[in-house]
Design a protein around this ligand. Structure first.
Ligand code: 4NP
Length: 165
């Protein structure tokens, strides 16, 4: 039986950063033919945009790189941790909101900052929130997400291999 792993990208509103990460990572996983092995979603720590499509500016930036964003806003629930193998927070504030949902002992091997996988993080582990800024912020987010996703995939491949042992 082929095992699966499940990853969720989490930001504040689930309409900018995490939907982009979901879209870019989904395209990468499909390219590698692993779509039946890796389950991908995104969520927000707030309920503010539940049911909403991604921000039009984020969709536009994604489209300019050939990525279509199809998610709808969802709020992350503490109970989601149970089935997740990996939960990636876009900034420290998202991380701390997630840490408050469950005892630390349950989260140490599944909850991380997204940019801890960024090969160029230079100790800056925030994916900057583009919502209140100008258009350039969305492209900055895209560049971070694009270069980070391959390392996330590498990590999940290791997890998949371990599940097979
Ligand atoms: P996201 O961006 O967390 O990357 O989806 C935001 C979206 C909405 C808001 C803040 C950040 N807001 O204040 O509504």
């Amino acid at each position: 039986m082929n095992s699966t792993v499940e990853v969720c990208f989490v930001c504040l509103g689930n309409i900018c950063r995490s939907p982009l990460a979901q879209g870019v990572f989904t395209a990468l996983v499909r390219k590698e033919g692993l779509q039946d092995r890796i389950i991908i979603s995104s969520a927000g720590v707030s309920h503010w945009h539940v049911g909403s499509p991604p921000d039009a500016r984020m969709q536009q930036t994604a489209r300019s790189h050939g990525i279509q964003l199809n998610s709808r806003g969802r709020q992350f629930q503490g109970s989601d941790f149970k089935r997740m193998d990996l939960v990636l927070a876009m900034d420290h504030s998202n991380l701390s909101a997630l840490q408050q949902m469950r005892p630390m002992a349950e989260l140490h091997d599944k909850l991380f900052l997204f940019r801890s996988f960024d090969p160029q993080h230079n100790n800056d582990l925030e994916v900057p929130d583009p919502y209140y800024g100008g258009g350039k912020g969305f492209e900055v987010v895209y560049q971070i997400v694009e270069r980070t996703c391959p390392n996330v995939l590498k990590h999940l491949k290791t997890r998949l291999a371990k599940k097979h042992e």
